[in-house]
Design a protein around this ligand. Structure first.
Ligand SMILES: *[C@@H]1O[C@H](CO)[C@@H](O)[C@H](O)[C@H]1NC(C)=O
Ligand SMILES: *[C@@H]1O[C@H](CO)[C@@H](O)[C@H](O)[C@H]1NC(C)=O
Ligand SMILES: *[C@@H]1O[C@H](CO)[C@@H](O)[C@H](O)[C@H]1NC(C)=O
Length: 800
């Protein structure tokens, strides 16, 4: 198989290749004989075009031809072109010397188009044939030697050497054959009379004329020529034109007169009567035209289609009554009408298109065909819809559909594009085709949270595992590219890993508390939740969730003073002279909760004398409500409830003991109330210290006196002054030593022990005479002052 690439259309191809260089890479032509067997290999087109034959299948290689016959196929494994249907040159091209079939090899991914042609070579598969099997000639016996008698030539549908090349006449007594070329290129075949005829000797002569073609082996056809020898001679008809030519519009209706041929015969009578008949015409012409044998009028009898045949060449024979004839050529040119709409063929469509395809991506290849010629077949093509696509013309009648912008599946996922093709005939015809394709998803959207940030409110003491909030993110991508998974970003809160506090449901975005929270430990904290899609690679975004704990009233008010536990005992002294609205004591309490839950209020729930004391609802201050009267009970007990403002409120109670007295001595029974406990140790030590000091002092005096008595032996010197010794420190009978009577045993000191935890609760009540001390001083003495007072009182006793 020889390659005959690069025809004169090469330059057209090259100039078009600039427009679309990647779709056409070369032009390959195969020259093949007609009538090859089905499956015969014409050549390896993949190799000739430089395409890797291994990719043919993946690239959906296929062959497209203009018509609907598939003359050849491509073997997707080997890249070979094979014959698929009978290729008959005579049917395809009849007498055209060059018979070319055009094909396109279309490949996808990337789209590519390669044109190739098959040059169909003639083989000698047709024999010459004469219009008729028998030719009848009538020749007068008077005809001279050398006279010529025309015979219709033979015809061979093959061309070139395979067409008729020579004529030969069966050897006979009277005739030879002479062939000369006509001005129009036709052959003129004539019998030449070689020996004069004698009717009396032989009335009829039959010779066989053979036409041979130049094929190898040659083929031939014959005609029998019957010559009847007549008494007289006449003239053959003569056409008044050598060639008749007419132009007929295609689709001309039946009975349209195309033209009329006229031949005249010089003879008169029947000898001059000319009849007409077709001497040679194609089968197509036979179906399209009729010839009136008397008038020579050629009329339309069938459909005339320019696209099928643009020109008819017919031979018409004119014959007189004696059979003498001549012929003429009738050429009927068919004029094109715009009777064919363009046809849009979708040669390739990349569907779906990925949404990130850059602008200019080729989406499809469209071929537009209009079988009309010239303007009627020139087609313009455009896209109707306002879509981001355009058509770019590549090779003649081929358009590539390219994107003009990046597509976004999330905005529009399907496109219906209407391609409209209009020819330039007048009136013009048009066609449209809707191309449907969809946009394939690419993971180009991160999940987006519906809010900038989230807050989750949770009450403390929540149940572990309870849900405390919800985050939601949207991802408009398709399927797994838009499937959102939630997770917690790792982190630490006050040293705790976030995951030990909360968890997030990967599918639903519900946030759960992992454990019970304590508002007193965290008031709020921040976590970060990530939303990730399932694409590859995945995209993600994150959001902050503020977890805000709210306080629950879970802490009782705690009373700091007075201590509420029953083991200790505390009494406040209230002087009898106290006036109304004086502060006598204060309940101090705190609450670990916050806000309302820690807003404390104080109430007296039980009291010895309900009218006597009131408590400040908010400050816990206990005040007298009225002046104290003599009739009031000395020992007053208040039960105070401290309540917070939570829902429900929590409360604690304490007991406040009050003693209405100016003098502790008045209430000796109170001593019974004293109970020993750890906090009174200090007091005990003080007593011990005082007793020690006093004992030491007494011992010192006694020793001093004893020494003096022993030294001076002066009995009057026991006491030279009034020496008062507190009776309490003396042996019981030691009091009135000298009978001065000045020392009364009324002095005592009274360590009146209180049991409060604070040192201020310690009170040392010193002895005093009525009216010598302001009433409220009792409550205000510090320890040191009390100690001084003790010394004072000893001095006082000495003085007294
Ligand atoms: C495209 O055409 C099809 C069928 O006619 C129709 O179902 C679809 O909705 C159309 N799409 C658009 C985007 O117009
Ligand atoms: C998701 O996106 C990727 C590219 O990012 C793409 O290859 C894949 O086909 C997409 N998946 C779906 C279901 O569309
Ligand atoms: C969370 O998102 C912010 C911005 O939105 C980004 O800067 C940061 O890197 C993200 N963090 C993680 C862990 O992905």
């Amino acid at each position: 198989m020889e390659h005959k690439g690069f025809s004169d259309s090469l330059w057209i191809f090259v100039s078009l290749a600039v427009l679309m260089p990647h779709t056409t890479n070369g032009d390959v032509s195969y020259s093949i004989p007609e009538e090859m067997e089905h499956g015969s290999v014409l050549g390896n087109i993949a190799k000739d075009l430089g395409i890797d034959s291994g990719t043919l299948s993946a690239r959906k290689a296929r062959i497209d031809a203009a018509g609907n016959k598939r003359y050849c196929e491509i073997n997707l494994k080997t890249g070979e072109l094979t014959v698929n249907e009978r290729i008959d040159r005579e049917e395809l091209c009849s007498e055209k010397p060059l018979c070319t079939l055009k094909f396109e090899l279309v490949l996808e991914r990337p789209l590519a188009l390669h044109r190739f042609t098959l040059q169909i070579q003639d083989i000698n598969d047709n024999s010459p044939s004469f219009p008729k099997d028998v030719v009848r000639l009538e020749i007068r016996e008077s005809a001279d030697k050398g006279a010529r008698f025309r015979v219709n030539e033979a015809h061979d549908t093959d061309i070139g050497q395979n067409a008729v090349q020579s004529y030969s006449l069966q050897r006979n007594e009277y005739f030879t054959v002479s062939v000369s070329s006509h001005a129009s290129g036709r052959k003129n075949v004539e019998l030449v009379l070689d020996k004069e005829l004698d009717r009396e000797k032989q009335e009829e002569v039959t010779v066989i004329l053979t036409a041979s073609d130049g094929g190898s082996p040659p083929r031939s056809g014959t005609v029998a020529i019957h010559v009847t020898v007549l008494d007289a001679n006449d003239n053959a008809p003569v056409f008044n034109q050598d060639i008749y030519e007419a132009t007929l519009a295609e689709n001309a209706p039946v009975d349209t007169v195309v033209l009329t041929v006229t031949a005249t015969d010089a003879d008169e009578g029947p000898n001059g009567q000319v009849t007409y008949e077709f001497s040679r015409l194609s089968n197509k012409a036979r179906r399209a035209f009729s010839l009136d044998s008397f008038t020579g009028e050629i009329k339309v009898i069938g459909p005339i289609d320019f696209e099928e045949d643009s020109k008819f060449e017919i031979l018409v024979e004119g014959k007189d009554g004696f059979g003498l004839s001549s012929d003429t050529k009738v050429v009927i040119n068919i004029a094109d009408m715009n009777d064919n709409s363009p046809v849009i063929y979708l040669k390739s469509l990349n569907n779906p298109i990925p949404e990130n395809a850059p602008p200019g991506t080729e989406v499809g290849i469209i071929n537009i065909q209009d079988v009309d010629s010239d303007k009627n077949g020139q087609v313009r093509c455009h896209i109707e819809d306002n879509a981001p696509f355009q058509l770019i013309q590549s090779i003649t009648n081929y358009y590539s559909l390219v994107t003009t912008a990046e597509l976004d599946r999330e905005v529009l996922s399907d496109y219906n594009i209407t391609v409209i093709a209009t020819d330039e005939g007048s009136p013009s015809l048009s066609a449209s085709k809707v191309l449907q394709f969809s946009v394939a998803d690419v993971n180009d959207n991160s999940p987006v949270f519906e809010r900038q940030s989230y807050s989750a409110y949770v009450n403390e003491n929540n149940k572990p595992g309870s849900s405390i909030g919800l985050v939601a993110a949207r991802d408009p991508d398709w399927r797994q590219n838009g499937t959102v998974l939630y997770s917690l970003l790792p982190g630490e809160i006050n040293g705790f890993p976030v995951s030990s506090l909360v968890s997030v449901n990967g599918d639903t975005g519900v946030i759960h508390a992992v454990r019970s929270f304590d508002y007193e430990q965290f008031k709020s904290f921040k976590i970060h939740v990530m939303a990730r899609d399932n694409g590859s690679p995945p995209l993600n975004s994150n959001v902050t969730v503020h977890v805000l704990l709210s306080d629950v009233n879970d802490n009782l008010p705690q009373i700091l003073y007075p201590t509420p536990d029953g083991n200790t005992f505390m009494t406040e002294m209230v002087p009898k002279a106290i006036q109304a609205n004086s502060l006598v004591s204060k309940v101090i309490a705190v609450d670990a909760d916050s806000g309302q839950n820690a807003w404390l209020s104080y109430h007296i729930v039980k009291s010895t004398d309900p009218g006597l004391f009131i408590i400040g609802v908010h400050n816990g201050e206990i005040r007298t409500q009225r002046d104290i009267s003599e009739s009031d009970v000395m020992k007053q007990t208040l039960v105070v409830s401290v309540r917070d403002n939570g829902l429900p409120p929590l409360s604690a109670t304490c007991t406040v003991n009050l003693l209405i007295s100016d003098n502790l001595a008045e209430v000796p029974e109170l001593k019974d109330m004293t109970s020993s406990d750890g906090s009174s140790k200090l007091t005990t030590y003080l007593i011990i210290a005082l007793v020690s000091v006093s004992t030491f002092f007494l011992t010192f005096i006694i020793i001093t006196i004893a020494v003096k008595v022993c030294q001076r032996r002066k009995p009057t010197m026991l006491f030279d002054g009034a020496l008062a010794i507190p009776s309490a420190y003396l042996p019981p009978n030691y009091a009135d030593v000298d009978g001065t009577g000045t020392l009364r045993s009324t002095y005592n000191y009274d360590a009146y022990l209180t049991t409060g935890s604070r040192t201020s609760d310690f009170k040392f009540a010193r002895s005093y005479n009525d009216g010598t001390l302001p009433a409220d001083m009792t409550l205000k003495k510090s320890l040191s002052i009390d100690h001084d007072s003790l010394i004072d009182s000893i001095d006082l006793a000495q003085v007294g």
